[in-house]
Design a protein. Structure first.
Lengths: 132, 220
């Protein structure tokens, strides 16, 4: 009985990992040449597969969940943003825009400022034009 | 005049004191913050709206259980300065409230229903990383015939682990407060802080006078 329970648990726990095993997080580059990696979340993967542009911003001062909530709420208001996630470990704001939408660096900096924080640098895909 | 000078001196003294805070009523632009704070002396409720990330306005209701005085009024809070670092953040807040203070109980005045105009001024400052937290706050109030007093509090905290976004964040903290007019002027309150998404909850116990500390904050 215990063995069955453990095997079932292991199978259930392995499903998300298996589902994401073919996901390759896009590597982004800032104007200064710093490499940032887009966070891997289900919302981001879905938005990427829909064809949205990924953007990663290094954010200063993001040390708590209130910081993350503020930026998630601020960017979540806009239809241009298909997915948003603040990674406290990496200190990054991760965005995937809606297909066809654009967001220049100035606007990202302004929205982060309206959330109460500050952008250090912004990274985009090397094969996409940097709108900054 | 003497009372105004007293409050001015108290605020200047607070500004010159060691750095560090309590609830942060200032949220992101367009955000609301709901706060309930219960410490060894008072229970306070605030609902604040932040038109910008640098200030908030809202209502403040504060029941001073020591004196049985109820203050209701309008409060403005200004994030005067935020220092950003890759792994830290520091803030300086100034706040002021104006309203009415009413003697609602056993009373500090002869008339239990005495109502006086009341003003409060305060400063809060904090510095934090994902593992360490320091804060300091001081405030002064003038409730006319009902009360004129000052207080200050400092807090230090430590997070035993670094939670990522969406995790339960846990802090072990200790707060020391000084209220010169209290029977127990010096209070020591160990507490636990929990962060979960837009909610913050704190629970502690004042060792000086066996009173609870219960704080709740929600942002939306």
């Amino acid at each position: 009985m215990l063995r069955t329970l453990l095997l079932t648990s292991a199978l259930i726990l392995s499903i998300p990992a298996a589902a994401q095993s073919d996901y390759a997080a896009p590597v982004m580059i800032t104007a200064e040449g710093t490499i940032l990696t887009l966070a891997d979340t289900p919302d981001i993967a879905t938005a990427l597969s829909a064809g949205g542009e990924p953007i990663v911003a290094k954010v200063l001062g993001a040390v708590c969940d209130f910081c993350a909530t503020a930026m998630n709420k601020m960017f979540g208001r806009y239809d241009d943003v298909a997915a948003v996630y603040v990674d406290l470990d990496a200190k990054t704001l991760n965005l995937v825009l809606a297909p066809g939408a654009t967001m220049d660096d100035d606007r990202i900096r302004k929205l982060v400022k309206k959330a109460g924080y500050k952008v250090d640098s912004i990274a985009r895909s090397p094969d996409l034009p940097n709108a900054g | 005049m003497e009372r105004k000078a007293f409050i001015a001196v108290a605020i200047v003294a607070a500004l010159q004191a060691a750095p560090a805070a309590s609830a942060r009523p200032v949220s992101y632009a367009g955000g609301w913050t709901l706060i309930q704070e219960t410490d060894r002396q008072s229970t306070t409720g605030l609902i604040h709206y932040s038109p910008e990330a640098s200030f908030s306005v809202g209502a403040r209701a504060e029941w001073d259980r020591r004196d049985d005085v109820l203050f209701t009024g309008v409060q403005g809070t200004w994030l005067a300065k935020r220092w950003f670092g890759e792994a830290h953040q520091a803030n300086l807040y100034l706040w002021g409230a104006a309203g009415l203070a009413q003697d609602v109980g056993k009373g500090v005045s002869d008339s239990p229903s005495l109502t006086e105009p009341g003003v409060q001024l305060g400063i809060m400052t904090d510095w934090e990383t994902r593992r360490l937290f320091l804060s300091y706050r001081a405030s002064a109030r003038d409730f006319g015939k009902l009360d004129a007093s000052v207080m200050q509090a400092a807090r230090v905290g430590f997070a035993p682990y670094e939670g990522d976004t969406g995790d339960l964040h846990t802090w072990l903290m200790i707060e020391v407060d000084h209220r010169p007019d209290n029977l127990e002027p010096l209070g020591v309150t160990p507490l636990l802080r929990f962060f979960y998404g837009p909610a913050l909850f704190e629970a502690g116990w004042s060792l000086a006078d066996d009173q609870p500390l219960l704080n709740l904050q929600y942002r939306f």
